[in-house]
Design a protein around this ligand. Structure first.
Ligand code: FAD
Length: 310
């Protein structure tokens, strides 16, 4: 059995693996796709000490860094369930899609999250060519340009307020008749001179020219009228879904499906820790996930020295 088994090979899982392996304990990483979301990222420019890199390059470096240590990497393996130990210090079972099982004295869950898609023509085609999901990451690419934010909940309105300070004009497109964000955010949004709010509008298409986003189409749900707004960027902000469905009721999750963790990365299940975008941690960013991964691994080590057999 492993002493620490990490589920997920993104920044959180890789950091956890490096920290665990450096304690000299038997460490495994099981991941569906090593690297995680950064594989889908074009440019990364907000990781301290790495002024600029690309997603695929950073993903390859994460894997190389983990391979520098004695870590079993089980890539392209999907985890489908977790069975807690019978008593603290006992073996936790991790079930795999292929029918196999892995046993470990502690587990770090680092399965990340995925952005909900709006599923309109143009979204897939222009991903990273004007269609974006992370204002903290990609906002600066649209400096001085016109953009739209799809979604008028807290994340959409926060993104619009953030972008309004960088870009020329922001169009906020909300499906429902009213913005669903907190009132203080809505008031702030309405106070900004370079924001237009379109409520009760259904996004129908993201148009492109020469391989880049050039306009957004939406339809009024009350009158049926159609509008085309010329712009260069579309931020989709209709939710981030944690990859935690496989846990069922075994580990406590928030109403959004995020694994509930304390400041040490501990979950409600003894020996099971969690880190990164799959947890309740605020701000879903590489540096935040990597920090949380190291915290979870150190907490797992602390758990092991307190709960190991005499
Ligand atoms: P993830 O990166 O999501 O990794 C999750 C891992 O778990 C993967 O290996 C996945 O295959 C695996 N996994 C999931 N489910 C299972 C399962 N059931 N069984 C086995 N393995 C599983 N952040 C920044 O800081 N800067 C940026 O510039 C930036 N740009 C971004 C651009 C895009 C397009 C996207 C989508 C995100 C961007 N982010 C950026 C956010 C950043 O990528 C995430 O915050 C970060 O990757 C989270 O790391 P994580 O390890 O928690 O999860």
């Amino acid at each position: 059995p492993y002493e620490v088994l990490i589920v997920g090979g993104g920044p959180a899982g890789a950091a956890a693996a490096i920290y665990a392996a450096r304690k000299g304990i038997r460490t495994g990483v099981v991941a569906e796709r090593f690297g995680g979301q950064v594989n889908d990222t074009l440019e990364i420019a907000n990781y301290p000490g790495v002024p600029e890199t690309t997603g695929p390059q950073y993903a390859a470096q994460l894997e190389q860094h983990v391979r520098n240590y004695e870590v079993d990497i089980m890539n392209t393996q999907r985890v489908t369930g977790l069975v807690p130990a019978e008593q603290p210090g006992g073996l936790i079972t991790v079930q795999l899609d292929n029918g196999g099982t892995l046993k470990s004295r502690s587990v770090v869950l680092a399965t990340g999250a995925r952005w909900r898609n709006v599923n309109v023509p143009g979204e897939q085609e222009y991903k990273t060519k004007g269609v974006a999901y992370c204002p903290h990451c990609d906002g600066p690419l649209f400096k001085g340009k016109d953009v739209a934010v799809i979604g008028g909940g807290n994340s959409g309105v926060e993104a619009a307020i953030d972008l309004a300070g960088l870009v020329k004009h922001v169009h906020v497109v909300e499906f429902m008749p009213e913005l669903k964000a907190d009132q203080v955010l809505v008031n702030k949004l309405h106070s900004l001179p370079n924001v237009t709010v379109h409520t009760n509008k259904q996004t129908t298409e993201i148009q492109g020219t020469d391989g880049k986003v050039s306009a957004l189409d939406f339809k009024c749900r009350a009158k049926g009228t159609e509008t085309t707004v010329p712009l260069e960027g579309v931020f989709v902000q209709i939710g981030l879904v944690p990859n935690t469905e496989f846990l069922g009721d075994t580990v406590k999750r928030s109403k959004f499906g995020e694994i509930e963790v304390d400041a040490r990365g501990a979950t409600n299940v003894p020996g099971v820790f969690a880190a990164g975008d799959c947890t309740t941690v605020p701000y879903k960013q590489i540096v935040v996930a990597a920090g949380a991964g190291s915290t979870a691994a150190l907490s797992a080590f602390d758990y092991l020295i307190r709960n190991s057999a005499p």
